[in-house]
Design a protein around this ligand. Sequence first.
Ligand code: FAS
Ligand code: PHB
Length: 389
Amino acid sequence: MKTQVAIVGAGPAGLLLGHLLRAEGIACVVIERQSGEYVLSRIRAGVLEQGTVGLMERLGLDARMKVEGLPHGGFNLADGERLIRIDVAALTGQSVMVYGQTELTRDLMDAAPARGLEVIYQAGDVALHDVAGNAPFVTFARQGRDHRIDARIVVGCDGFHGPSRQAIPANVGRVFERVYPFGWLGILADVPPCNHELIYANHERGFALASMRSATRSRYYIDVPLTERIEDWSDDRVWDELAVRLGPDAAAQITRGPALEKSIAPLRSFVFEPMRHGSLLLCGDAAHIVPPTGAKGLNLAASDVHYAAQALVAFFRDGDADAVAGYSAKALARVWKSERFSWALTKLMHRFPEDGPFERRMQRAELDYIASSEAAQRSIAENYVGLPL
Ligand code: FAS
Ligand code: PHB
């Protein structure tokens, strides 16, 4: 099989890129290891930046989001004594959209057949070949047969554990990483949210986040040591801990219910440079990871895809090879700013084992400053709604 662009991975990055390329008449194929059902079963992000919403609008795939999504004009920082509301709408003129990654992926997945986007699911042993040259190809096994797809460009959208990043020689690539000494235990339940906006809490017992998927479905998180096992956390134990960490006012509004999903995810800051090598581009978690504190992971995948689609349209339509060559620097400029924001908000809102009384005073002083300074709140707000593309 021959195509112009072979995309590895049918998560939000791979599907969004596939749709953007097809909308410009560029031939592409998406190769995915799992089944579509499995991809949809992963509970991930919940907050979309305006830029991500804009890409779905541009594709005409925002209808369900506009009906079921929840526009939010603000969010809250709590520290056990007060709630500091960051009024993103007033401070930036923008809002964020609360709409689960699962739903966004489902919208992209459902629209693929009618828009001529071919997605090959359950592809085993996916491997990338000759990516440094001008004739790369991807091989995979499916239903007992070996397959090969020849392409001019390969885009790795295969997440943190996929093969694409590994296809870049070790002497070319450079890794920047920080692994955090805790993970996030998340619980999803069909109960109404405890607050109409998100609450990020830094309590003496640890971090908590009250989020949501709809007016009847809530998503909560607490941070836990990496040694914790999910089987040691009954639903009641999670609800009890959330009630303490979110504070009495929020706790009084918490509706408990059985977990639809409950899992622990490790936290890391990770960037791989470059995001292009020869005819291979990397997008999303294949190239970078952020701690979810800043709600940036999915949105960074979307901005990478925006830049990659721009470059590939210029390359295939106008023969502009510089556009592809410039992709990595352009994407990384925004990646690093989001990495900084995610790292800074994680440092502010979590208790680190190595921190002493001085570090705790620094957190309190920073929250006092944020509570009293419109400039400080504006800085947080413009990062939260998403820096310009
Ligand atoms: P994805 O990982 O979503 O998709 C990669 C795709 O490639 C997958 O479908 C995978 O099956 C496929 N793939 C992997 N190996 C392959 C192979 N060998 N061959 C073919 N296909 C292959 N972000 C937030 O903003 N907020 C959050 O709360 C949040 N929570 C998260 C919780 C967890 C447990 C994880 C892991 C991530 C979380 N993230 C969160 C980040 C997450 O949303 C990612 O940023 C987002 O999924 C990035 O999308 P993709 O780059 O498409 O990667
Ligand atoms: C979520 O709803 O899953 C969510 C929201 C905001 C975050 C992280 C996760 O910062």
